[in-house]
Ligand binder design. Sequence first.
Ligand code: BEZ
Length: 211
Amino acid sequence: MSGAQMDVVPNTEPVWLFGYGSLIWKVNFPYQEKVVGYVCGFSRRFWQGSTDHRGTPKAPGRVVTLVQSKEDRTWGIAYKVKPQDVSETMAYLDKREIDGYKTHQVEFFPAIPNHQPTMKVLVYIATETNPSYLGPTEMGALAQQIVNSRGPSGCNVEYAMELAKGMRGIAPHIQDTHLCELEAKIKELLQKRKLDETDGKEKLCACSYCS
Ligand code: BEZ
């Protein structure tokens, strides 16, 4: 089901949207409430290519998607969008995340006391058949691709590092192994690149992470 299909009937109920990627640290739509929590049966992976935001068609960057994994859970933030803002918000996100994602409805488990035990949320998940899907990749190669990629929304390093920082902020007790290992590898590669730059190699990015 895509967000665009949902727009046919005007919304009378609020919609909860689950963010586990850029929506952790970059929210450009109005929301009434936000709740930290998790969805079960999914792992967060940098397996989707980004040709339009954090990379280019010739040199795609890497952004996150959710992949099914029975035993795992993925932490993030659910945003409550008012009925009157749903159409515009979904249209905005469909456009922002146009590169291969579809919306799904899943169960969300709020991690705050006295909240309702679970609720349905909408979540963007990349289809494995979309042309930008890249799939599993060895961690070193993944980090290298991120360090080398940039696109119209900025460098890929910023995306990955802001996500890692954002997750530490909202769920410091959680270890997302894939994200933590990737962050460590990226830091290693950036250190090496900084040494190369002091040796006279061209500076590739001026963002606070890369410089
Ligand atoms: C997010 O949760 O931030 C997100 C991830 C993939 C596509 C759209 C949004």
